[in-house]
Ligand binder design. Structure first.
Ligand code: C2E
Ligand code: CA
Ligand code: CA
Length: 738
């Protein structure tokens, strides 16, 4: 193809053989208050052709008049200026006006002066980029011609450079704008501007087309991707919409023959980068390709093909940046961009986050491949059922985002989509989801905020044991802010050692003797407690702070047990509550062993209490740690028994030592409901051969009933409230004395 090009361009004629009709004359402005100077200049330059173009002279008698001309003709190539006109400085002032006010950097300036000794400062000549400074006497006929032609050549070079820079600018910007779909159009326009400058053609003379729409889709037809001047409005339109049938058929001809076309009055360059990258550039002049242009075009054609290829590459990267490759859905970034659009438009819309329950377990249990297949199946079902009005995205591993009108996007409708199981490989997988929804656009400034609100609703729903969805409400956020503040203060007070551990005695129901104490965390403040443990412990768990605090409680409790032992109470058991995040920590068991050793505590005297829900939540993690703890000979109690959902089989697998009957069931004893649950739990503990401890025993009636059932231990206000370490010692001593 390029050989072809070179053959044709073996044209010995230089640029100036172009027909004068297609080439604009050079504009040269003559500014002088002396009519004779105008006459002489006109006489010398009138019929001159330089570099293939004639000269059009513009005559101004004053600097003021010159200003008007310059304003109207920004393409004046050369200005011949008299220095002294209305004022001594009028010419120099005009120079400043040209450069500073009009910003015409390309216009060449030749200063002429009548007074030989009157020369402007050298710095002015440099600063204002003045080409030449001559006395009028110096500008003889020949001198004038050489000076003007040198200036025109300089102007031509500067102008071409500037055009190229504009083209380059467009290319550079199209790289920056590649995130937008008009990238190819911008690139083509940059290419076009460069070509026009290169070939010294008006911008209208070139049209770039590309097979396939630059906006995606339609891969077969040719589209206009770069055009300027009167053709600019056809950018991104099909080629056939161009009003000039000559251009349309020339381009179609080139594309179907897959080659350049050189006809007497036009040229079409055919470019092919990849199977789906075909472009054609129509150049509205058959004679523009001179020998000089050859190497340039050669480099040019190679470069533009690479450019197109790069654009495709970046488009691919762009796709990856905004899409999830597994499901093909838009990703979180794209979803946020979609939300931005909604926020900006103020549309009435519902946003939902759909979180697959227990996805991690499923992934572990059936393998990542099945997990992936399930995600694809969920994506497909959502896409198929939600319809085209809704936008979908995969936000994170097992969370999908949905955006759409409320009739389609609502809790009931979305939950219904998960009614039927998913067919994945050979499995029929039932899937439940938790939803967060938000339609609150009040005081919202960005898609991110909208997503955050929906996430708050989702987290709220996930924390709830009963609800499968939550709609965002402003109070939730206040709540979030409040929670964050509590966590911040708790962390601070913990670091400042303001937390305390209190102790509540545990009594053997058969003998009435004290067998142990439970360590309970307290957060004292200025007036009473800052927050009760029921409130701040879940927050400490949520933030992970419980790992450090829990370790500290364990240490305090063991230290306290050592002191009690030293005071003679050496058989007392110490019960300490443990939270899930502590179990998740890699060396929890090692830490327990270290503390036991440090305080010389017999392991069977340490009883770790875990809630039933913890024990069932992540059986794998817990089971391993529990087995290791059992090997240490530490005792394990299940706290709040009866509030979770564990089956007998699961409990047996845990090898526990003790079950704590939740205070709810103890309260039922004298609430007229009898103690059916307490009874069941006590007999269960007998079957499992574990000790039962009743919590929250407040009345003698409860104590008597529990003793009758065979419950071993009781703990509650009837005997003692939780108390600080010092009070506990006094309490134990006074009880022993009595
Ligand atoms: P829990 O382990 O079930 O603790 C028993 C709770 O019942 C304690 O509340 C105790 O003060 C209260 N209580 C004891 N006897 C009676 C009674 O006769 N009547 C009534 N109405 N209540 C009684 P507290 O201290 O507010 O602790 C609440 C929960 O906070 C605990 O429930 C436990 O789950 C958690 N917790 C407390 N300290 C710690 C700790 O150091 N670590 C961890 N992870 N959790 C802790
Ligand atoms: Ca407890
Ligand atoms: Ca409890």
């Amino acid at each position: 193809m390029i050989d072809n090009l070179i053959q044709l361009t073996d044209d010995p004629e230089p640029l100036d053989t172009r027909s004068s009709s297609s080439v604009k004359p050079w504009k040269v402005l003559v500014v002088d208050d002396d009519p004779e100077v105008h006459g002489v200049t006109r006489f010398v330059l009138r019929n001159l052709r330089l570099f293939g173009r004639s000269i059009r002279l513009l005559h101004a008698d004053s600097a003021q008049e010159a200003c008007e001309y310059l304003r109207q003709h920004p393409d004046i190539a050369v200005a011949l200026l008299d220095v002294v006109m209305e004022t001594d400085q009028a010419g120099l002032d005009l120079v400043k006006f040209i450069r500073d006010d009009l910003g015409l950097a390309e216009c060449r300036i030749i200063l002429r002066t009548g007074q030989p000794g009157y020369a402007p400062e050298l710095t002015v000549i440099h600063e204002y980029d003045i080409n030449d400074y001559r006395t009028k006497a110096e500008l003889t006929h020949t001198r004038l011609v050489t000076t003007v032609s040198a200036a025109l050549r300089a102007y031509d070079q500067l102008h071409t450079l500037a055009e190229n820079r504009r083209g380059l600018d467009l290319i550079v910007h199209s790289v920056a704008d590649l995130m937008e779909q008009r990238a190819i159009a911008n690139l083509a326009e940059g290419v076009l501007t460069q070509l026009a400058a290169l070939l010294k053609l008006p911008l209208d003379g070139i049209i770039c087309t590309h097979r396939g729409s630059p906006l995606g889709g339609d891969g077969e037809r040719c589209y206009v991707v770069g055009a300027a001047g009167r053709h600019a409005r056809y950018i991104a339109q099909p080629l056939e919409t161009l009003p000039d049938p000559r251009i349309v058929s020339a381009i179609l001809d080139s594309v179907s023959r897959r080659q350049h076309i050189f006809s007497p009055d036009y040229t079409v360059l055919y470019l092919k980068a990849a199977p789906h990258q075909e472009a054609a550039i129509f150049i509205d002049s058959g004679q523009t390709l001179t020998a000089l242009d050859r190497p340039l075009l050669d480099v040019f054609v190679t470069n533009i093909v690479t450019c197109f290829r790069n654009v495709k590459l970046v488009e691919r990267l762009n796709y990856i940046a905004y899409h999830d490759l597994l499901t093909g859905l838009p990703n979180r970034l794209q979803f946020i961009a979609d939300l931005d659009g909604v926020v900006y438009a103020g549309t009435d819309i519902m946003v939902a986050l759909v979180d697959i329950d227990h996805f991690a377990d499923l992934n572990d249990g059936l393998g990542a491949e099945i997990g992936n297949m399930l995600l694809v199946a969920v994506a497909e079902r959502l896409q198929a059922r939600l319809g085209s009005e809704c936008r979908l995205a995969r936000i994170s591993a097992d969370v999908f985002g949905v955006l759409g009108p409320e009739p389609q996007v609502n809790a009931a409708g979305l939950l219904e989509l998960f009614h039927d199981p998913f067919e994945v490989g050979e499995y029929q997988l039932p899937v439940t989801v938790t939803l967060g929804l938000c339609c609150h656009l009040d005081n919202i400034d960005s898609g991110i905020t909208l997503l955050k609100r929906t996430t708050i609703a989702l987290n709220r729903a996930k924390r709830s044991l009963s609800a499968h969805y939550e709609y965002y409400m402003a109070e939730m956020e206040d709540n979030t802010r409040w929670r964050v503040e509590i966590i911040r203060r708790l962390r601070l007070d913990f670091q400042m050692e303001k937390l305390q551990v209190w102790y509540q005695p545990q009594i053997a129901l058969a003998t009435g003797g004290v067998i142990g104490v439970e360590a309970l965390l307290r957060w004292p403040g200025e007036n009473g407690f800052v927050q009760p443990p029921d409130v701040f412990i879940p927050l400490a768990e949520y933030s992970g702070l419980i790992v450090q605090i829990g370790a500290w409680v364990l240490e305090q409790a063991c230290a306290q047990r050592a002191q009690l032992a030293a005071a003679g109470f050496n058989r007392l058991k110490m019960a300490v509550n443990v939270s899930m995040p502590q179990f998740r920590k890699a060396d929890f068991v090692g830490e327990v062993a270290r503390i036991l050793a440090q305080y010389q505590m017999p392991p069977p005297l340490l009883e770790l209490e875990i809630t039933e829900s913890i024990a069932m939540d992540e059986p794998k993690v817990v089971l391993q740690s529990l087995e290791a703890l059992k090997r240490l000979n530490v005792q394990i109690a299940i706290d709040d028994f009866g509030t979770g959902y564990s089956s007998l089989g699961q409990l047996q697998a845990l090898s526990i030592d003790c079950i704590k009957i939740d205070q709810r069931f103890v309260r039922e004893i004298d609430n007229g409901k009898g103690g059916l649950f307490a009874e069941t739990i006590v007999s269960l503990s007998e079957k499992l051969k574990v000790i039962s401890i009743a919590e929250g025993v407040e009345t003698h009636e409860q104590a008597g009933f529990l003793r009758g059932l065979g419950c071993a231990v009781a703990q509650g206000y009837l005997y003692a409230k939780p108390m600080p370490a010092a009070t506990l010692l006094e309490w134990l001593q006074s009880r022993e004395a009595s």
